[in-house]
Design a protein around this ligand. Structure first.
Ligand code: HEM
Length: 410
């Protein structure tokens, strides 16, 4: 088993040796993930939890939803959420021209809004309510995961266990209802295929039809669509909010980079809303986001069973990044990702690596670039004296005491 620890210090997790033998002898020979605690299944049993052939099939079905042209079609949804964030902050700075706020708090709302709109399109208000239930569920599940594991204890009707089970039922019932209605609306031509759920249902249907011609029946059953909808929230909301929050913190600490990024945005987009094409030209903004992902990766650790000893490659390793590995130097990425570390080894993998690389990485980069570009167009920002720098890993790398920022209207 190997630990790919990206962020700070590694911890050791010991797994059952018999189980390990079983997984290592997996005939597919693919790199395997260790099993998860049963509680985690309450969060989602979607793509990220599947292994072997099931994973291969599901990944193939879902991938089209994240292709560039589909993401381009979601630009209006990304823009709507960005405009709401900017308007919210404009109101807060309106009376004095500046204000102090916890950017992390508002950015969490923003990324929840983005994922609801892009996942559910016109049903986004209902989707958002379901995601709010998932938020409550994730807090309760993390409490359980962090306490001592007693097999079967999760079935004892304690107050927390009952709430977890009830939440699960409510989330599943609501999601199934939403999926059923979306399917009917798509079939009757009353809904367009421009959100993640619509694309997922369409890909699944096309795949079923193709397989029926080959006398096979595959496609995606409603239970699996439900699990994937749950996963969109868990995989895409918190990770993205961490990236944008750390970027604001780091740019507040490094005002010269904040200014360089603003100049670039104003040169490419002026004061207009950034277009999808504009985002591809934001070179400095992209370099900054990569350097933030190197120093503050939202997912700090990846664990895999491997067939042979594997060397750890980490984002802060001086061997790959040089003596200034701990410093914020976006210029490292001026030649792109492939040339970034010494000997061009794979030393930068905030989105994972290989076949299981994050399926939503382009989605996340579009979201972060668009939001950052619009924030830079409308505000300058500095750290508040009340900000305390304390990166903390719960499931993702979070600013433990929040991100207190002073915003100035531009
Ligand atoms: C800055 C934002 C993000 C970061 C840093 C990130 C990081 C990662 C990483 C490291 C993995 C691999 C985990 C592992 O294999 O153990 C992963 C997988 C995944 N991510 Fe992301 N992610 C981000 C945003 C998103 C978004 C926005 C979505 C969807 C809307 C998403 C969906 C997924 C899915 C479905 C997987 C599982 C892929 C598979 O197992 O085949 N992620 N992500």
């Amino acid at each position: 088993m190997s630990f790919f620890w990206i962020g700070t210090k590694p911890t050791l997790i010991i797994l059952d040796p018999e189980l390990m033998k079983e997984v290592l002898s997996d005939k597919h020979g693919r790199i395997q993930k260790p099993p998860r605690k049963p509680h985690i299944k309450l969060l989602s049993n979607g793509l990220s939890s599947l292994q072997g052939e099931k994973w291969v099939k599901q990944r193939k079905l879902i991938s089209p939803a994240f292709h560039q042209e589909k993401l381009k079609g979601m630009t209006p949804a990304f823009l709507t959420s960005c405009i709401e964030l900017i308007e919210k902050w404009k109101k807060k700075t309106y009376s004095q021209g500046y204000c102090e706020l916890d950017a992390w708090h508002d950015i969490q709302d923003f990324t929840a809004d983005v994922i609801s709109r892009t996942a559910f399109g016109s049903n986004f208000e209902e989707g958002k309510k379901i995601f709010e239930l998932q938020k409550e569920q994730s807090i309760l599940v993390m409490q359980a995961v962090q306490s001592v594991y007693i097999p079967g204890f999760r079935f004892i009707p304690t107050k927390e266990n009952k709430r977890r089970m009830n939440l699960d039922k409510e989330i599943v019932v609501n999601l199934r209802d939403l999926i059923r209605r979306k399917t009917l609306a798509l079939e009757s031509g009353k809904s367009s295929v421009d959100d993640l759920l619509g694309i997922l249902l369409q890909c699944s249907r096309e795949s079923s039809q193709a397989d029926m011609n080959n006398l096979k029946t595959t496609g995606m059953p409603i239970d699996q669509v439900t699990e994937e909808c749950k996963l969109f929230y868990f995989a895409g909301q918190e990770t993205s909010s961490n990236l944008l929050t750390w970027t604001m913190i780091v740019l507040a600490i490094h005002p010269s980079w904040q200014e360089k990024a603003r100049e670039e945005v104003l040169q490419i987009c002026g004061k207009n809303m950034p277009s999808y094409e504009d985002l591809n030209h934001l070179k400095i903004v992209t370099m900054i986001l990569y350097e933030v992902l190197r120093l503050y990766p939202p997912l700090v650790q990846q664990i895999r069973y491997t067939c042979k000893t594997t060397k750890l490659l980490i984002h802060h390793d001086r061997e790959f990044w040089g003596d200034d590995a701990e410093d914020f130097r976006p210029e490292r990425f001026s030649e792109g990702i492939s040339k970034v570390s010494k000997d061009q080894k794979v030393a930068f993998f905030p989105f994972g690596w290989g076949p299981r690389i994050c399926i939503g990485q382009n989605f996340a980069m579009i979201e972060a670039k668009m939001a950052l570009a619009m924030i830079l167009q409308h505000f300058s920002f500095q750290l508040s004296p009340s900000y305390a720098h304390a990166p903390n890993t719960i499931t993702t790398l979070q600013p433990q005491h929040g991100a207190q920022i002073i915003l100035h209207a531009q």
